[in-house]
Design a protein around this ligand. Structure first.
Ligand code: SF4
Ligand code: SF4
Length: 110
């Protein structure tokens, strides 16, 4: 029978393996994204689920959340939050793109 210690060792090993895989895909994605003064982030509204992750990582206060009426009459919630990029303060650092779980943010040429 598997002991608690053995189980814990396996869980720790698995957590390390997953962390390594995520870090590696994160780095690959980062390398493929344009960054800097020549680009600006843009949110595809339809893909945004209002989770607020992008505002947490943006150090430049370049993202604001706004209310959007729900399109479906089946949903009980009337209002959903959406993110919007403020072009002037956006430094093109691309952190929000990496943080967004739905790939709603892209980097565009200015
Ligand atoms: S690219 Fe950087 S500065 Fe621009 S909105 Fe995203 S996190 Fe903020
Ligand atoms: S992280 Fe993505 S899904 Fe979440 S609020 Fe920002 S743009 Fe929307």
């Amino acid at each position: 029978m598997t002991s608690i210690d053995e189980l814990q060792r396996r869980r720790d090993g698995e957590a390390k393996r997953i962390r390594k895989a995520l870090d590696s895909s994160h780095e690959e994605r980062k390398e493929s994204l344009k960054s800097g003064e020549e680009v600006v982030a843009f949110v595809h509204e339809k893909l945004c689920i209002g989770c607020d992750q992008c505002t947490l990582v943006c150090d430049d206060d370049a993202i604001e959340m706004y209310d959007k009426e729900m399109a479906s009459p089946l949903m009980k919630t009337e209002i959903n939050k959406k993110a919007r990029i403020l072009r002037d303060p956006c430094t093109g650092c691309r952190l929000c793109v990496l943080a967004c779980p739905t790939d709603a943010i892209v980097m565009l040429d200015r």
